[in-house]
Design a protein. Structure first.
Length: 61
């Protein structure tokens, strides 16, 4: 039979494990959104570079 203190300790340990999983999943979601925004911005910058390069080349003709 477990004492009240042992049961309380087990409950705390279980909650800490759940919190660690939640923190990891939150971090992964944030990293994923950050990566998405970074690569979206990078792609848009490259599109703008090629657009203005093509536009400047056509102005000389």
């Amino acid at each position: 039979m477990q004492t009240k203190k042992e049961r309380y300790c087990l409950i705390l340990q279980m909650e800490q494990k759940d919190n660690n999983k939640d923190n990891k999943s939150k971090w992964l979601k944030r990293a994923g959104m950050g990566a998405f925004i970074f690569f979206l911005a990078k792609g848009l910058v490259w599109l703008a570079v090629f657009f203005f390069a093509a536009k400047s080349c056509s102005d000389f003709t």
